[in-house]
Each structure stands twice: as structure tokens, then as C-alpha cells.
Design a protein around this ligand. Structure first.
Ligand code: PLP
Length: 490
């Protein structure tokens, strides 16, 4: 299986190992496989009866053809081991006969990014070996919260890699800060930057384009690399849990083989829902992909009108991982429905004017698979309360956006198919806001909110979050944006 760039109409092709190592194409486009492999019915029947890591290796081996099945099986077994995912990697909770919650937050950081980031670093190390790369990959991350911690946990003590995470000094929650500052591992580094997330991200972008830094790192046997969600090595592990979902829905008797169902995905950068789309292309019978947004509803508008318009007010919401106005992975969908030439045209328009319009057949094609809804802050709060009242099920703020949107979909379309809501974070990851939503009053403090929410609901606190206030702090450095380069070199 070879890969191409979304912006390149020529015949250039890359191997899977190159694609995992390079992350983004030289023309600025994103990598996609030349064709989508399919899953036969008897293959799915077999997958129904094997553990998650075997399902993962089976799917990955179709895409990552430079890797042997044994290599992938070893990596998947290590990534999804019970010590890292005590509740299992992607358990399915049944709320009623037609409403399910696919819980993707049982990993080391209590958010769904672990599903990809526990595996991707292992794929990267192998890619380095396979492409004859002797230097170490030095991963740079600018984070507004969740990604930083998940990347640290994923790259911790992984061969031939080193990772530095920069976060805005006053731009992350206390829990997120503690999660990062207490990170263990011999190859990890965490540093606060004075300023906001943009300062931090622009600082990292500058480091990536600094040829002097690249030369110096090369001299020391390293090169800079990124772990962000446009890397195919992060996307392909996400396809797996949609296949796994289809297996589990059959295993619990909710669905017969071939029956169609809907998934509702709390969406930011469009990576998670794109993985569901790809699972659909492989043969998972997904009827509709319900794209759930918060007040930053640029995708809802796009899916309804065909116009992508990023020139709009940015809202800070209680589902911060979805506070995004440019959804990078949407480019991959554009490629599938419009091809490389049009994708290049749309992305150039977006960069220049902040908007573009798709129409006609292209728009119809998108509407066949996707439908968009959004939930405002009041609706999100109401969903947290309602879902708990109705089903005794506690969900986080991002998942609540999706529950609210799933309900809107039912009401608007009258569709009575099964809906699997994708649950992207533990309610305790955003304990303060969840407590506020449940009670209407503020918790005594961000850390106190764990116990308060626990007394209120009886739901267990995930072990990676319990006791976070008493772990030793390892990283305390804060630098100005101009000092980031020196920090790396030191
Ligand atoms: C990253 C994240 C999302 C958004 O996922 P995308 O793949 O960027 O669409 C949703 N919820 C949580 C909790 C996240 O961390």
C-alpha cells in the first residue's frame, strides 16, 4: 500500500514507513492511502472473537504494509496492555437499546488521544529503523492541554525519541498543568511559556523552520518531528475502534451483521470523525456520521451550507478540546469528495480569505455520509444532567455535546437507528465543569472537585487522576517565547 498527498495531483507515492516518519507532505498536504482496503464479512466475524489489540493489528496490517503482522501485533499488545488501559481500550456502555457510549478514555491520561498516542510512537521508532534513519526524532509539541500529556505518556521511554512539550503558562487548567509537571520518563521535558497558546504555538512553528537549529540538532544526531493529529500514524489507530464498535454491537446482541447504525462524534480537528468515515469506506455499515460541535460551530455550518467560514467569533467553552476554527483533517475529506486539484484550490482559498464554498455534487456527497449539529453551553449542561438522571451515566463536557447533538438528530430526522456516542474524556478530566453542571454551584477547588463529584455520583475516579495533587513535581521552568530555542539546545 502506497500513500499520496491530498494536494498533489501528480503520481508521487510514499511508503507507509515514510509517511509515519514525515507526518506532513512537502507540499503542505496530508497523506492518504492510494486505496481503502475492505473488510469481508467473515473477517469481521473473526474479529468479533479476538481481543482489541488483535483487532488493531489486523486493521493496521492492511494499511501499514511495510510493517510485518508480528511487529504490529507486538506494538498493539504493548500499547493497549491492561496496565495502561485498566478498563479495556474501548469498552461499550449500553444506555438503552438504541443508545450506546463508546468509552475511549480508559488510558493513561483519561482522554481519547491515548488511543492513538500510545501506539503511534512505537510505529514511529520502527519507521525510523525501516527508513535507515539513525538520528533520534525530537518531538516538539505546543499544547493547550490534552495533547501534551497524551504525547508525553506515549513517547515516554520510547527508543530513539525525545519529547519536549511547551504549554502556555496561564492557558491550561491546574489539573492539566499537574498532569504534565509530574510526568515521568527519561526522555521527556516540559516547559511553560509566558503568553497564551498562540504565542506558544507560533514559538514552536518558528523552531520547526529554524535551519540553524536543525543543523545543530543534526550535528548532535537528532531531528525535529511532530506528533500532531494530521500524522497518518495517529489517524489509522483511530479507525480500529470503529471496527471494534461494530463487533461489540453484534456481540451484545444489539445489532445483526450488516445492520446500519449511526455514530455521533464530538469534533474539533476532524480526526476522530474522519477515522469513522474511513471505517465506513472499509465496510463498517455506518448510516450517518453525526458531527457534534460546541459553540464554535464552523463545521455545523459547513455541513449544512457548504460554506467553510473561519472568520467568526472564537468562543472559550467548557469543552476546550473542541474550541477550534480550522479543522485540519477536513482536508482529507475534501480530497475524497473533490480530488487533489480542488483540495489545493479550497485550502489556498481558506488560507487567503478564511473561507471557501463547495456546492452541487460535492456537497451532496458529503451530506450522504455526514450531518452536523451543535450544542451551546446551556444545552451541554442540560445534557450532563439529563443523561445522569435518565441513565445514571456520568459523562464529561465533550461527550455531553455529542449526547445533545444525538438527541437533536433523533428529533429532527425521526431516525430510530442505534446511535453510538463517542465518549472522548473521563468526566473527571473536566471534574470542575461537570460538578458545576450537575449542581449549579462551584466546587471548592479544581482538585477538590474530584472528591466532590465522586461523593455526588459514586462514579470511580480513574487511577491516573487520583492523587495527582500529591505526586512529585519534576518540571518548573518557565521561559519567554524568545528563549524556547535555547531551552531545546540545553
Ligand atoms: C481532541 C479532543 C476532541 C476532538 O477530536 P478531533 O479528532 O480533534 O476532532 C474531542 N474531545 C476531547 C476530549 C479531545 O481531547
Amino acid at each position: 500500500m502506497l500513500y499520496k498527498s491530498t494536494r498533489d495531483p501528480s503520481g508521487a507515492r510514499y511508503t507507509s514507513a515514510e509517511v509515519v516518519k514525515r507526518g506532513i507532505a512537502d507540499d503542505g498536504g496530508l497523506y492518504l492511502p492510494e486505496s481503502i482496503p475492505t473488510l469481508a464479512k467473515d473477517e469481521i466475524d473473526k474479529l468479533r472473537h479476538v481481543p482489541y489489540h488483535e483487532r488493531a493489528a489486523h486493521i493496521l496490517t492492511k494499511f501499514l504494509t511495510d510493517y510485518s503482522f508480528e511487529e504490529l501485533l507486538d506494538d498493539c499488545r504493548a500499547a493497549y496492555r491492561p496496565e495502561s488501559f485498566p478498563g479495556g481500550p474501548a469498552p461499550l456502555a449500553r444506555l438503552d437499546d438504541r443508545l450506546f457510549s463508546l468509552e475511549l478514555w480508559h488510558g493513561p491520561t483519561a482522554a481519547f488521544k491515548d488511543m492513538a498516542l500510545q501506539l503511534m510512537p512505537r510505529l514511529l521508532t520502527r519507521a525510523l529503523k525501516k527508513t535507515g534513519e539513525r538520528r533520534a526524532a525530537h518531538i516538539l509539541v505546543a499544547t493547550s492541554g490534552d495533547t501534551g500529556k497524551a504525547a508525553l505518556e506515549g513517547f515516554r521511554d520510547i527508543d530513539q525519541t525525545r519529547i519536549t512539550v511547551f504549554y502556555p503558562e496561564n492557558g491550561v487548567s491546574l489539573v492539566q498543568k499537574l498532569q504534565m509537571a509530574t510526568q515521568t520518563g527519561g526522555n521527556v521535558d516540559v516547559c511553560a511559556v509566558r503568553g497564551n497558546f498562540d504565542d506558544c504555538q507560533n514559538g514552536v512553528k518558528q523552531l520547526f523552520s529554524d535551519s540553524e537549529l536543525a543543523l545543530e540538532l543534526d550535528r548532535r544526531g537528532a531531528f525535529l518531528s511532530s506528533a500532531n493529529s494530521i500524522n497518518w500514524g495517529r489517524l489509522v489507530p483511530q479507525v480500529v475502534y470503529y471496527v471494534s464498535l461494530y463487533c461489540e454491537l453484534q456481540n451484545c446482541g444489539a445489532l445483526r451483521a450488516g445492520d446500519r447504525f449511526c455514530v455521533c462524534v464530538p469534533t474539533g480537528n476532524f480526526g476522530n470523525i474522519l477515522a469513522a468515515y474511513i471505517a465506513g469506506l472499509m465496510g463498517v455499515p455506518i448510516k450517518k456520521l453525526i458531527c457534534a460541535s460546541n459553540l464554535n460551530n464552523v463545521l455545523t455550518d459547513f455541513l449544512r451550507t457548504g460554506r467553510y467560514e473561519r472568520n467568526r467569533t472564537f468562543h472559550k467553552t467548557m469543552s476546550p478540546s473542541m474550541d477550534i476554527l480550522i479543522s485540519s483533517n477536513l482536508e482529507r475529506l475534501l480530497y475524497y469528495i473533490a480530488g487533489a486539484d480542488k483540495t489545493r484550490e479550497y485550502t489556498a482559498k481558506l488560507a487567503k480569505t478564511g473561507s471557501y464554498l463547495i456546492a452541487g455534487e460535492e456537497k451532496d456527497k458529503i451530506s450522504e455520509s455526514f450531518i452536523g449539529y451543535f450544542a451551546d453551553e446551556t444545552e451541554t449542561t442540560a445534557a450532563i444532567q439529563d443523561i445522569f438522571k435518565k441513565y445514571g451515566y456520568l459523562c464529561d463536557t465533550h461527550t455531553a455535546v455529542a449526547f445533545s447533538c444525538a438527541e437533536k438528530y433523533r428529533r429532527e430526522t425521526g431516525d430510530r437507528s442505534i446511535i453510538a456516542v463517542v465518549s472522548t474524556a473521563s468526566p473527571y478530566k473536566f471534574a470542575g465543569d461537570v460538578y458545576r453542571a450537575m449542581t449549579g454551584s462551584a466546587p471548592a477547588g479544581e482538585l477538590e472537585a474530584f472528591d466532590q463529584l465522586h461523593s455526588l455520583t459514586g462514579r470511580p475516579i480513574p487511577s491516573p487522576l487520583a492523587g495527582i495533587g500529591s505526586r512529585p513535581i519534576r518540571f518548573t521552568t518557565t521561559v519567554a517565547r524568545e528563549e524556547m530555542k535555547n531551552y531545546i539546545l540545553k
